[in-house]
Structure formats: C-alpha cells, structure tokens
Design a protein around this ligand. Sequence first.
Ligand code: SF4
Length: 265
Amino acid sequence: MATNPLQHLMPSCNGAKAAAAGAVLGRPAADDPRAGTLRLNEIFHSIQGESTWAGEPCTFVRLTGCPLRCTYCDTEYAFREGATATVGDILDRVAAIGCPLVELTGGEPLAQRRAFDLVRLLCDAGNTVLIETSGAVDIAPCDPRSIRILDLKAPGSGECDRNLWSNLADLRARDEVKFVVTDRADYDWARAQIAAHGLDRRVREGALRAILVGAAWEQPRGTEVAGTPGLSPRELAAWILADRLPVRMQVQMHKVIWDPRTRGV
Ligand code: SF4
C-alpha cells in the first residue's frame, strides 16, 4: 500500500503526468486558481445514478486519467481521452448548465492536483459537490464542504492493494463508502471490512452517511481493462438479506435508464 499515493500513482496515466508537470511548472494555486489547468474528459447533465443522491439531476465533470485498472471499469475512455481546460472554463460551463448538484468523477478525479481548487471554487459558487473517488488517493485535501463517495476496492477489482486505508480516518458525516462486488468472495471481503472498520457503527452514530453495496455490471474486456462477467443483483440482495447486513444496496440507475454503453449519461 502506498503511503504517499499521489506521488506513487500519478506517473501511470497521462492526466496524472500533466498534473505532475503542473506541480513543477504551473503557477502556485494561490495566484489565480481559475487559471490552473486540468485534463478534462467531458461535462454533461444527467441523473445521478449511484449513492444516496441517486435519482437527482446532476452536472457531471469527468476528469481524464486514473492510476487504477479495475476489472469492471466502464470508463476506459477516460483514462487518456480529453483536452486541457482551465478551472475557470469548467466553472463557467457548470454554471451555464444551471444544475447545482455537481459530481466530480473520472477516471480518478483527485489524481490531478488542480481538482482540489476546482472543488473549492465549485463549493464557493454554491454548488453541492460530490466527489466519486477510487479510494487510492488521499482525500484529506478536499474542501470540507464537499461530499466524498469513497470506493473500497474488493479483490475482484484487481486493485485491492491500492486501497489507502488512512482515508477512512478522514471520512465525515456526509461522506459515503462504496463497495462494488463481483462475486461471493468480494461480498465476504466487504462484510469483513465493514466490521473491522466499524463502518456500520459510524453510520448509526451519524459519523458517516451510508455504506453502499452494488453488484458489478458485466464488463467486456477492453484495451486496458480485464473485464468481468458481473454479478446478479438478485444474488447480492439475497446475501445481504440473509446476513441482515446494515448497508444500502444500489443499482447503477443510469445503466437501467440508458444503454449501459452510452457515454455522457
Ligand atoms: S473503476 Fe477503477 S479503473 Fe475505472 S475509473 Fe474507477 S478507479 Fe479508475
């Protein structure tokens, strides 16, 4: 497990390399954070499909690059595709959409240093800001007004050793923890982590908003992603019910509404 994940992980993707270069060559964020640049994949308006915010209209900002390669990843196109945009450009495009629930996603959005400026300025503008993060990057620098949806990668993801466990100590009352389950072994692992880290107790005490558990969707092998046959949500539901597991099961709503391969939804 990396103790300094930004330095350790960033060299493995183009967006992260750009961010690393920016850390050396770019102006200090204090000069003008709107002028800082990010590698942007897409901005779109859709229905929030996961988390306790599922079902709400939401503006999505998808940043380019991710240091992980989860077997079930459905956004392989976000690993490298994108264009440079200033933080100011992104703020203006988000404002033009006029939907103040904003989710920063990827890829791994926090792999780019300027993402933390973007989060702060989105909060300053009065948005409710969700951050969908892999769990492999330090979330502590996120603006305290933001809401982190933190993945814990189970063994079936192929990226279990990338979990940055120190993130759990930084979780706040409005944050959520998410498990994507590919099989029974992943489910047992998730159940063990919930118990070991007292996540259910933290939800009961109001120190954490929710524990989300979802079945991995079938994902064909890609160029860089191994793929997975997926797991039946019905099977997962039966396990949760049998164990009386105190979690919130979820189905990716956008994949039910639209074709699962559709981009920009
Ligand atoms: S699913 Fe895994 S590989 Fe895909 S963007 Fe998220 S963290 Fe990266």
